[in-house]
Design a protein around this ligand. Sequence first.
Ligand code: GAF
Length: 394
Amino acid sequence: MTNICPIKNVADLVSEARRVFRETFDGDNANVAVCAPGRVNLIGEHTDYNEGFVLPMALPMVTVMVGSKTSGQKCCVVTLTEAADEPRMVDFDLPNELTPLLRGQPNWANYVKGVVQHYRARPIPGFRAVIASSVPLGGGLSSSASLEVAVYTFLQQLCPDDGNQVAKAVACQQAEHTHGAVPCGIMDQFVSVLGKEGHALLIDCRSLEATAVPLADPGLVILITNSNIRHSLTGSEYPTRRKQCENAAVVLGKRSLREATLQDLEAAKDRLDSVTYRRARHVIEEIERTAQAAEALKRGDYKEFGRLMVESHNSLRDNYEVSCPELDELVSAALEVDGVFGSRMTGGGFGGCTVTLLQAFSTERAVKHIQEKYHGSPTFFITTPSEGARAFSL
Ligand code: GAF
């Protein structure tokens, strides 16, 4: 199955980063190593910032950070990821009350600075570090959240906080808001912190409580297909969707769309423009679908789960309008294969990846068929639900 990308081993990423650390910093050794995973969302799209449910799982693809503290106030960070045309090394001073760390160049370093700025304990010491990652950049698999959570986990080794995992995810989300310039929900950072091997996480984005749902069936495959259409949420589409949802909630007289029913929406239909109506409809239905999908997964009813995935995709395409022709083509091709339960776009949209749930014996056939039908060049990953962020002893 040559079209399926191998997933780089975490231990190999750590050794590579440690080697570069030694080469960059005069033969010194890193004494801290951590990693944080990317995620794939199985269902529950664009519901997190509406206080709804999401059902993601952490991926075996991770961002690794190795390094050590220094005695000064300076931070020096090197990245090994393919940060297009940007310098791979950055130096900055630790923030203080008078001088916060601001956004700047290179762009990748903003996620590092954002987390340093929002870290929940002080005093942070100066540090030197190297970052490596196996999460595809701009693939909609949360490369930025995994970087933020890796940085936070790294800082925890240098200057321990109170260990509150939810507060950690929230601090990383803040970093994305202020330094990544995306008003994202909590899903990506939450699952990167709290992901559980062999499980998907049903996250209630209102209470910030999560239930781990077992998802480790050897007969089942979770296939990710990267459209290789680069996705970026820093444009205006994501904030616009978020605003439209907030406006809809105001018109419906609700704190968020989580509180609204389809009946509420129908009753307010003539007070909403047609676009806002469709956005709200997607969210209200998707929240319900996600709760149903989690129940189906608990029962091992993959057929029902797959049906809900397809409904989710269609709603994201038609009501929320965040899909694109390439993602639609990948989903349609996957659904033509025997043994496929369901398929949908995953993440923010406008490119990135699809996720397909299928019987293991159909994998080769599915990959071949999708490859033949898709007009672009897809890449495939077979993934398993993995553990959230962790530190290694060196
Ligand atoms: C992006 C955001 F970062 C998440 O918070 C979420 O809103 C997702 O898009 C859409 O479900 O990944």
